[in-house]
Design a protein around this ligand. Structure first.
Ligand code: MGD
Ligand code: MGD
Ligand code: SF4
Ligand code: MO
Length: 675
């Protein structure tokens, strides 16, 4: 038996180091790598059985040609040669008749490796295709941070172990950031307290000292209310504010005039008493630490909400204390050179841009029609908002769709041609985390399963078939890994560089004082930002929609976005649940286990109802983005979400949704409810 190092490729802030045990050419065990500086030898339950994904009987093994109706998933196998020939012929025809800008690539984060994730862009730039704005995740969060902190480096997450007061704010860490909880637990062992602020009492709240339920999209007001109490009770660190911030007086004036706890309680649903308590606990802590999630940024006021919360640490001088500060996201990607694989220089001219959040509208746009869609390592039929529009678009007979996938996803079912993709164990890449400063290269551990190919291998074939002669398209994935990695040499020690290039996990060792080097135009924390249209943070209500309930569609620990839906252990369970406060259910004459329909202007989705006292009144919650094969109806969660974008960053607003809920009564509907 041999053990190989690898990296978890999924879109998770931890980016675990893996140890893969291979016996007679087969993976027999997947373990965490104890050498990884942040993940330290443990894995989440999903990846502890990665072999179940790698060897899943549902893996696609050959290219497929559609023989049934779009959406039915009926195909016949074809050779790679035929698949590539057909794609190239179709594209040449489309380019000749309608122009290359009617071809849209759609990709996101099936693999986070820099090479396999981004090299497709070089191909589509050379083709002159439309460009995709990849904003589905949390760009508003980045905008909110930058507005106050500019390019300042992030605090090292491990520093949280030295905090005595931690707020997990809008982050479902048990599902999405479990290794950070190792440091939270260290802090707790030393007497540190943990508060969770969320829209419902999720599993992360279970091990916290306190839980605050905030009305969706109102966290900005809560932060301003905390500032008000801190100022009013003379708990602010005036010396820190004077020396390190810009515009403190202006913000203080606004906060004192408009955000008294009574007003904030009205907006947020958090009582005056609790607003005062959290403000005092935060201000009186020796080293308060905020871990800010992305949940609260997925609203039409998301960037402003984040910007407001990011101002808080300055009020109590948290940044200058060991263990104090705020962690939004870690910019490890800065030390890898993504642009050498994105190759914007290949673009013939600045082509049309399409926001991925608005795929539904783009596919149905009759004025500027798209004639081809190439989807790779993404599953928009499940993950993109406004599912009814996305599916209607994917159904178009005059849209030539190619999907490169590991599984027959909801999107792949609409393809004209499906291409089989490798898993991360079958390809080379270089990875950097966004929740810690870890980075690592990985080489293939297994040969390709069946006829599966990596993203880069497919683009090399397509480049050749489309007559692209650039030497770039002849480079191996390993050569691209080297090109991307070269920049890191300047940021790692010699020994680290050796380890990194030998496939070991390393950490970019950022000076602990970096969090106090404020990289903004003024060199200070910009509480007031003259470059912004809105110079001061303030509270803007979220959009909201019509509907009786806020609809929170949070992550499920068993899935990662729509990945892991293939796992056999999930097939027999009722997965799509709608959680509702027991009294709200009673008021609608609903009972636990009922099949219910949540609906709004965009669509209807069926769920199994679960009643709970952990869900606030007026809120319903569902966890996970499930394939339609897991749905009790014919739609999944994103049939309810909207294509609206955030205030800044043009990001998604998945949580800024309201719905109505009704019982689904007919015999046919009851009969599909497993017993
Ligand atoms: N198991 C698992 N892990 C994942 C993912 C997954 O789907 N499953 N997805 C991955 C990806 S792509 C990402 S971007 C990250 C995201 O991970 P997180 O940063 O944790 O963000 P979200 O998953 O959007 O939501 C986190 C929490 O925000 C809460 N929330 C929603 N609205 C509000 C609000 O207005 N105020 C407050 N205070 N809280 C609110 C939700 O209830 C939820 O509990 O996780 C990654 N990791
Ligand atoms: N309702 C709702 N919707 C959401 C969210 C939410 O919180 N609520 N979260 C959103 C967020 S934060 C994000 S980031 C997006 C993520 O959306 P996506 O990036 O689309 O993520 P996945 O759903 O995991 O789909 C990735 C697909 O890539 C495939 N894949 C994996 N590796 C490879 C590879 O090497 N090559 C190829 N060709 N394919 C591969 C996998 O099989 C999988 O089907 O979803 C968003 N959608
Ligand atoms: S999904 Fe996240 S926690 Fe799980 S193994 Fe991958 S990086 Fe680690
Ligand atoms: Mo994301």
């Amino acid at each position: 038996m041999e053990t190989f190092r690898s990296v978890c490729p999924y879109d998770c802030p931890d980016t675990c180091g893996l140890l893969i045990e291979v016996d007679k050419g087969k993976v027999v065990k997947v373990k965490g790598d104890p050498m990884h500086p942040f993940t330290r030898g443990t894995l989440c339950p999903k990846m502890a059985h990665y072999e179940k994904t790698v060897y899943s009987p549902l893996r696609l093994k050959t290219p497929l040609l559609r023989t049934g109706k779009k959406g039915n998933g009926v195909f016949r196998p074809i050779s790679w040669q035929e698949a590539i020939r057909r794609i190239a012929e179709q594209w040449k025809e489309i380019i000749g008749k309608q122009g290359a800008e009617t071809i849209l690539p759609y990709s996101y984060a099936g693999t986070m490796g820099i090479v396999q994730r981004h090299t497709g862009q070089a191909f589509f730039h050379r083709l002159g295709a439309a460009r995709l704005d990849r904003t589905i995740c949390a760009p508003a969060k980045g905008c909110g941070w930058e507005s106050v902190m500019g390019n300042t480096l992030s605090i090292r997450p491990q520093e949280c172990a030295e905090s005595d007061f931690i707020i997990l704010w809008g982050i479902h860490a048990v599902a999405t950031n479990i290794h950070f909880l190792q440091d939270v637990r260290k802090a707790q062992a030393k007497g540190g307290r943990v508060w969770v602020i969320d829209t419902y009492e999720n599993l992360t709240a279970k091990n916290a000292d306190r839980f605050i339920a905030v009305r969706p999209g109102t966290d900005g007001a809560l932060a301003l209310g905390m500032m008000h109490v801190i100022l009013k009770e003379n708990l602010a660190d005036k010396a820190f504010l004077a020396e390190y911030t810009a515009g403190y007086e202006k913000l203080a004036k606004l906060v004192l005039a408009e955000y008294a706890p009574e007003q904030v309680a009205e907006i947020t649903g958090v009582s005056v008493k609790i607003i005062e308590e959290v403000a005092r606990a935060y201000a009186l802590a020796k080293a308060p630490f905020i871990r800010l999630g992305s949940g609260l940024s997925r609203y039409t006021n998301g960037a402003m909400t984040v910007r407001t919360i990011v101002c808080l640490p300055a009020f109590v001088g948290a940044w200058k204390k060991r263990g104090g500060g705020l962690l939004a996201s870690v910019p490890t990607s800065r030390i890898l050179d993504k642009k050498v694989v994105v190759r914007e220089d290949f673009l013939p001219y600045p082509t049309r841009r399409i926001n991925m959040v608005r795929l539904g509208d783009a596919l149905l746009d009759a004025k500027q029609p798209l004639y081809s869609l190439y989807v790779y390592h993404s599953n928009p039929a499940a993950v993109a908002p406004d599912q009814n529009k996305v599916l209607e678009g994917l159904k178009r007979e005059d849209l030539f769709t190619v999907v490169h996938e590991r599984f027959m996803t909801d999107t792949a079912k609409y393809a004209d041609i499906v291409l089989p993709a490798v898993t991360s164990l079958e390809q080379s890449d270089v990875y950097c985390a966004y929740g810690n400063y870890g980075l690592q290269q990985a080489k293939p551990v297994l040969p390709s399963q069946g006829e599966a190919k990596s993203n880069w291998e497919v683009f090399q074939l397509l480049a050749k078939a489309m007559g692209m002669e650039d030497q770039f398209f002849t480079l191996s994935a390993d050569a691209l890994v080297s090109l991307v990695s070269e920049k890191a040499r300047d940021f790692l020690t010699e020994r680290q560089w050796e380890e990194f290039t030998a496939g070991k996990p390393v950490e970019w060792l950022v000076d602990a004082r970096a969090k106090m080097k404020f990289c903004t135009p003024s060199g200070k924390i910009e509480l007031y930002n003259p470059a912004e249209e809105e110079t001061l943070p303030h509270y803007i209500p979220p959009h909201g929609d019509k509907g009786d309930f806020w609809f929170i569609n949070a992550p499920d620990p068993r899935l990662l976005n729509s990945s892991f839906n293939e796992r056999a252990e999930l097939q027999r369970t009722q997965n799509m649940k709608l959680l509702m406060h027991a009294e709200d259910a009673q008021a609608l004459s609903l009972q636990e286990g009922d099949l219910v329909t949540a609906w709004n202007d965009r669509g209807e989705v069926r769920f199994w109802l679960e009643c709970s006292f952990k869900i606030p009144h007026g809120v319903v919650v569902t966890e996970g983005v499930w394939w339609l094969s897991h749905a009790p109806g014919n739609r999944s969660v994103n049939a309810l979400t909207s294509q609206r974008i955030t205030d800044k960053g043009a990001g998604s607003t998945f949580y800024d949704v309201r719905v109505y809920v009704k019982k689904t009564l007919t015999h046919e509907e009851n009969s599909i409810q497993p017993g």
